[in-house]
Ligand binder design. Sequence first.
Ligand SMILES: [Mg+2]
Length: 442
Amino acid sequence: MTWTRWPWRATIRECTLRGHLSQSEARRTGHSDCSKPQKTTQVVPAKLKITRLEAFQVPIPLKSPVQHASFTRTHNDTLIVRCELSDGSVGWGEGLPRTYVTGESIESVWRHLEATDFQPLCGPVLGAPADVVRLLDDFQLAEVAADEGVTPRECFGNAVRCGLELSLLDATGHSWQSSVGELIARLPQAEGLTQRRSHVRYSGVATASTGLRQWRTAMKMRLYGFHQVKVKVGTDGVDDVQFCRRLRRVVGAGVDLRLDVNEAWSPDDVVERLRLLSCFQITSVEQPVCHQHVDRLAEIRPQTSVPIMLDESLCSLEDARRAILVGSCDLFNLRVSKCGGLITCLRLAALARQHQLGIQLGCQVGETGILSAAGRQFACTVGNLRYLEGSYDGFLVKERLTRQNLTIQYGGRAPQLTGCGLGVTVDERRVRQLAESRLRLI
Ligand SMILES: [Mg+2]
């Protein structure tokens, strides 16, 4: 194998030089606290194998119920994956199953974990990020039944794929002393997409509410200084025109407002509903109809000036190719867990670029610091993100599982994570304390 040059030497070396931790301790704990990067001449990456893989089912309660047109959520059943490599490096991943998005539940996740043979992951030696991609591309989950009433698509299993991929990228990042953002930027899949940034700005999200709560939500969006706000519409009992009017009045003309319908509208109503709302300078509408009717958006698009984004109908490369073929959208919403990890998100972003479509990096309600960190790594690595969502941990979850608090700051601003791997330190003791189930995969 030829090796050229790693641009950054990061956390572990700094920590060990400062005498905080021994090198093996820093790798074992996934330590990422000292994060100031330094230029280096050359670091030869270790040749690695996966030696241990564990899965945990961790219930993550939300601070308050979150409602949208498809669901009201009080907690998440979260999949957490721990990966250990032959040099002792440890990485962590997270997957959030959603029945109405990828057809997965925590029960189907567990069926996948129990039925799949993970031993093939132990064979190949990993010497570069491309080896990680090859390993994951060659790996197949077992075929298992979906829950009753669910018709599985290609994305069935993506929460497991995401947890596995993130844990492996995090672990190799610790070993190779590089952030996950730097690792994925070196992949051929990232060619033409990368734009490294030291800071990013996230959108605010205004969830459905009625009466005085609408004014309160609008004031929060203004006081927090968001430059973009996504409005959840289509919820029963909520007057969306009134909600948007109040939001626009409070946040002012300079804030970018967009809609997320969460599949609630009938295809026959989309044009009229957008006509009523477009006077509030709406810049896009996300998933206006349910997946079953998604192809009808191709005939709706020419009838409205509001760009259409796919979310629930955009969970895999197959979904994306179908959308491009029929012309059903203007934008993709990439969410790391529903898409099966960062590498598929890169491929989807490349496809969008090739076909002049826009992209949003989205998130799922109740992500812990692990998925927030993964999103941050992507956001600070990939350019031309029309909108950015995520890092709401401090507002939404009671357990973030990471030592670092990644919650967005005023204006939705957040810095690049410059530590090794995902750039966060997972509280392993807390994961094991909270876990309702655990499974040794390797
Ligand atoms: Mg959505």
